[in-house]
Design a protein around this ligand. Sequence first.
Ligand code: EPZ
Length: 431
Amino acid sequence: MEQYAIKGGNPLVGEVEIGGAKNAALAILAASIMTDETVVIENVPDVRDTNVMMQAMESIGAVIERIDRHTVKISGKSIRDIAIEDDYIKKIRASYYLLGALLGKHGKAQVALPGGCNIGLRPIDQHIKGFRALGADVRIEHGLIIAEAGQHLRGGHIYMDVVTVGATIDVMLAASMANGITIIENAAKEPHVVDVANFLNSMGACVRGAGTDVIRIKGVNKLHGTEYAIIPDQIEAGTFMFAAAVTKGDVTVKNIIPKHLESISAKLIEIGCEVEESDDAVRVVASKPLTHTHVKTLPYPGFPTDMQPQITVALGLSRGTSIVTESIFENRFKYVDELTKMGASIKVEGNTAIIDGVSKYTGAGISAPDLRAGAALVMAGLAAEGTTIIDDIKFIERGYEDFHIKLQGLGAQVEKINSERELQKFRLKTG
Ligand code: EPZ
């Protein structure tokens, strides 16, 4: 089993390039099969979730050619099958985007129901409500979501009961090819919602208002081929910014959109870091001791739930008592037990973590419970005294490309190991 071995204590220093946004890529890849023409997508991160998504698309007949590591050419012309049941797809929540894409293009779709996951229950009632408002019959049978619309979907008016990225994007996909106008109210405003809308528009769709809480979509009969580059990953960038903070480092995070990082930069400044923005980069310098703060996760432009474990790791090393409230997912503090093994002093009550800052973490053997928590535990290991071994790094590889290699580029002592022998070698090398 692969693990990360980390010898902590080195401040991260240098520059790191951020890749394309995983969560935008997942939806854009699915949307690319809504045209019979060829689509070229650039800046696709080479991570497990995007690769699983492409395998699922191939399983129903899409032709996908990898032009280079981050560029793919996709043709959905030969898709005949609208049923996706393969085992892989059950492993990624974003399989629901294939439902919206197939329903919009073919008027019907069957996709294996995505289960709950380590961060919470993750219902899909708002996706279903949205498809029904577009005239589809939606039912769940034998572990599949089956959506059928006869010939064509028709435009509809949907008020989302909660702000949801997934349902907003899914309904946007389906509505792009419905007859008439669809209005989505209380829509999610995340950067990747806007990116998916821009992608659809580049294929000839008519989506207006993405990035506000009302999205208006005028359905079109046909979408055409396009070439499109995915936006940089807000969360990968934020993770490296916080990694600079916890290791008392000086890191320039390049190839980003600073506007997308405002809530993250604001919190870093509040806890005592210096943050310098330029056009497409942000530099984080942590030269002073970190100090406590309070934070509540919220839909964009609030502080992202996908950055909650990373800020908690930083606050665990900050002077004073901090409070972190998770308002999006109910089970996103699982990693706190692991962090406690490293010396953190954190008490979780319901959706709130009360954190008493400690002066240091100490290395331990721990497991990554999910993607973002896994990345946060790597950060804790980098800040800790001694050696940390992290299991279950497959979760981290779902969403971070070359994570340990990018960290090595900043001076981190981290390696992927696969045996006791490799661990011994790592220990010898790092002293
Ligand atoms: C997306 O999940 C991301 N995943 C998540 O990224 C991210 O944490 C989340 O948005 C919030 O930003 C992908 O894009 C693939 P939601 P999603 O629908 O779309 C409730 C990561 O680490 N809800 O915005 O599934 C839901 O329970 C991850 O990259 C309903 O009640 O999240 C939650 O409380 C993990 N009914 C809230 O809405 C629904 O039908 C927001 O969920 C849908 C959601």
